[in-house]
Design a protein around this ligand. Structure first.
Ligand code: NDP
Length: 309
């Protein structure tokens, strides 16, 4: 019986694990994707202490920190959590059933699909959702990034270093990414901004060869065009992964994020939540805010167990 099981091995989960271990809780971290979203980020320049660090490197450093405190991190999928007699039964794919007195859900997000024609068909054949994972397959090639947020901008910075040409296609007049990233992108002659377009179709023979674009309400005489590309990186945001929370009938907000209070407590006693899956931190989904929520959640789990015992 663990004192605390943390589901999710990203920034929020790791931070919670560090605080829980230092409170001498018997804690286990379970994560499907070790490192979470942070590990897939390109350069991180807004996490204090690191002026510039690769996401994968920051995630490795966090993991090392957790392991140095003798916390076990299992790479496994949690299929279901049930509450029984004030404790939790956690059913996993590889490790079987695990029991815990409390739980922190740090399950993060699941990337969105564009739902364009050809997107499903060409997934893995030129369509990708992760620039740092798949970018090197497109060295010296032409790619399109879809989206106008920080994910699209940082993908643009990364791919702009290795690809011959990078189109960034977004549906508004302006990207909504951090101005700092936009300034850097503008300095790269290989990057071309394409505002007010959306992707109608991704096409090709056996792999991506082109995309068909339609304009989003501007005055161009030619409201559609085709671009020859070798790859399409879809970076249009992500939705909270609430599958386990749903199984526990936990309350969510109107945007489907797990509802937490200022102690990171959820609507179910003994379950806390932290990071991008919650409605905390004013929906400002950053590594810094995930780490903060993780720390608070671990402290709240500690206080909860003290009261319970
Ligand atoms: P965002 O939700 O911030 O942005 C999504 C973008 O995709 C918007 O431009 C949106 O357009 C567009 N979009 C959404 N749906 C569609 C669609 N169906 N068709 C076309 N375009 C679409 O998501 P991000 O993944 O960029 O960022 C998520 C969070 O992670 C943010 O809080 C961000 O700050 C953070 N982040 C931070 C990074 C860093 O600091 N290093 C790096 C990456 C992410 P529209 O504007 O028209 O709605």
């Amino acid at each position: 019986m663990y004192d605390l099981v943390i589901v999710g091995a990203g920034a929020a989960g790791y931070s919670a694990a560090i605080y829980a271990a230092r409170s001498k809780m018997n804690v286990l971290v379970i994560g499907g994707e070790i490192g979470g979203t942070a590990a897939k980020a390109y350069e991180i320049e807004n996490y204090p202490g690191f002026k510039n660090i690769l996401g994968s490197e920051l995630a490795s450093k966090m993991k090392e920190h957790v392991e140095s405190l003798d916390v076990e991190i299992k790479q496994d999928i949690v299929k279901k959590i049930e509450k029984k007699d004030d404790n939790f039964k956690i059913d996993t794919t590889v490790s079987g059933k695990i029991e815990s007195k409390s739980v922190i859900l740090a399950t993060g997000t699941i990337h969105r699909h564009l739902n364009a024609d050809g997107e499903k068909e060409f997934e893995g054949k030129g369509v990708s959702y992760c620039a740092t994972c798949d970018g090197f397959f497109f060295k010296d090639k032409t790619v399109a990034i879809i989206g106008g947020g920080d994910s699209a901008a940082t993908a643009g910075l990364f791919l702009g270093e290795i690809c011959k040409k990078v189109y960034i296609i977004y549906r508004k007049e302006e990207m909504r990414a951090e101005p700092f990233w936009l300034d850097k992108l503008e300095e790269n002659p290989r990057v071309e901004f394409m505002p007010q377009w959306h992707v109608a179709k991704i096409g090709g023979e056996n792999k991506v060869e082109y995309i068909d674009l339609k304009c989003c309400g501007f005055k161009d005489e030619n409201p559609s065009k085709q671009l020859e590309v070798d790859g399409v990186f879809i970076q249009i945001g992500a939705d909270p992964d609430t599958r386990l929370a749903d199984g526990l009938n936990m309350e969510k907000d109107e945007r489907n994020f797990i509802k937490v209070d200022k102690t990171q407590a959820t609507s179910l006693e003994g379950v806390f939540a932290a990071g991008d899956a919650t409605n905390g931190s004013n929906h400002f989904e950053q590594i810094a805010t995930a780490v903060s929520e993780g720390a608070i959640a671990a402290n709240s789990a500690f206080l909860y167990l003290q009261k319970k015992n």
